[in-house]
Design a protein around this ligand. Structure first.
Ligand SMILES: *Cc1c(COP(=O)(O)O)cnc(C)c1O
Length: 397
């Protein structure tokens, strides 16, 4: 039974998506999400995960998670403010603050949750948010939730940001104005122009908010994009995720003590959603110790990123303007991009096609995420497959 209106809605909309080729079918993995994955019954080179440093399968993290799970159980048992805060959570927040060189930090259940939590804890309908047009979906949703006026600016266009900041300030309409940006943009691998953003923020008295999901563990010797530019004391909100380079799950805000104090009493996912499980927290603690203790994994990530980029460029592919290990291979036409990705898959490379509306029309790309866990042999094999498919499809001469 159920609602017939709902049934009609779902039938029509699912059929429409499928007819447009926009219905995403998920391929479940048969192994861990390491550099080689078994998917569709076959082993393939994995160039699609955000597991930048290979920590998702690191034995040290696994041991820490198992030990903490034995000691504290699989669940935290409550939200943080009732009695779901273990000493482990406090240790994680202290370690994150130290790693980020801020006074304090607060951990959430995911990076997505962080943006739901932090923006609306501070911004409301009397305020405005200047938002890079390519910001992540969770930033967009977090801004919407706050009910502040959202003013998009052209991607990394500092003239446009300055103009819109000036207009917003001079309008006198808003109590507070925030500028919000990804640290690293995940579809192209370019880095936000933080020195200029901070300068514009100074000029117009803006609150600064950097979501560094793809920069943490990758830039600034692991400490992220803000550290990379030496701006640790100039950015109000530093958001990070524990689910990409850190390899586990969770998110955090690092900043001044008062900001974190406020978020602990006013951010709704902290107040109303159960705390991170102890095993995950212990694994995150170990990951941060590893990052703080050595740049070995970080260096290997960059070495592999550079190697893959050089290889693809030498073959004649357009790899865009990435400044990080994220390596797009831009094909252009949407259908051809999908076909290219499908052929790579058949030949043994798992690299997803990313097309409109995720990226602008006509800039379809296969996005490659090399990690510290890949070997040169794996990357060479991937490059050989790229060459084969590229030539076969007439993309390479
Ligand atoms: C991936 C990502 C998130 C979401 O992080 P999760 O921990 O996976 O929820 C948030 N913001 C940005 C910019 C991201 O790239």
């Amino acid at each position: 039974m159920g609602s017939s209106i709902l049934r009609q809605f779902l039938e029509e909309n699912l059929a429409e998506l499928k007819s447009k080729g926009l219905y995403n079918v998920i391929d479940p993995l048969e192994t861990a999400n390491g550099p080689i994955i078994k998917v569709g019954g076959k082993e393939r080179i994995n160039l699609s995960s955000n597991n930048y440093l290979g920590l998702a399968t690191d034995p040290r993290l696994i041991e820490a998670a198992v030990a903490a799970t034995r000691q504290y159980g699989v669940g935290a048992g409550a939200v943080r403010t009732i009695n779901g805060t273990l000493q482990l959570h406090v240790s994680l927040e202290q370690k994150l603050a130290h790693f980020k060189q801020t006074e304090a930090a607060i951990a959430y259940q995911s990076g997505f949750n962080c943006n739901m939590a932090a923006i609306s804890a501070v911004m409301d309908k009397q305020d405005a948010i200047l938002s890079d047009e390519l910001n992540h979906a969770s930033i967009i949703d977090g801004c919407r939730l706050s009910k502040a006026k959202i003013i998009p600016y052209k991607h990394s266009d500092m003239d446009d940001l300055r103009l819109k900041a000036k207009e917003a300030k001079q309008s006198g309409l808003y109590k507070k104005i925030m500028v919000i940006t990804d640290g690293v943009f995940s579809m192209d691998g370019d880095i936000a122009k933080l020195p200029e953003i901070v300068q514009i923020a100074d000029e117009f008295d803006l609150i600064t908010y950097v979501d560094d999901a793809h920069g943490s563990g990758v830039l600034g010797k692991g400490a992220g994009t803000v550290k990379h530019f030496g701006l640790s004391d100039k950015v109000d909100f530093q958001i990070g995720t524990l689910s990409k380079a850190i390899g586990v799950v969770g998110g955090y805000v690092a900043g001044k003590q008062e900001l974190i104090d406020w978020l602990k009493v006013r951010s709704r996912p902290f107040l109303f959603s159960t705390a991170l499980p102890p095993g995950d927290v212990a694994a995150c603690l170990t990951a941060i110790d590893i990052l703080a203790g050595s740049t070995e994994l970080h260096d290997r990530l960059w070495e592999n990123g550079t190697y893959l980029k050089q290889g693809l460029r030498q073959l004649g592919f357009d790899i865009g303007q990435s400044e990080t290990p994220i390596t797009p291979c831009i094909i252009g036409d949407e259908k051809q991009t999908q076909e290219f990705s499908r052929r790579l898959y058949e030949e043994g490379v798992y690299a997803k096609a990313i097309v409109f509306p995720t990226v602008p029309r006509g800039t379809g790309r296969v996005r490659n995420m090399p990690t510290a866990a890949h070997t040169k042999e794996m990357l060479d094999q991937a490059l050989a497959i790229y060459e084969k498919v590229g030539k076969e499809m007439g993309i390479l001469a």
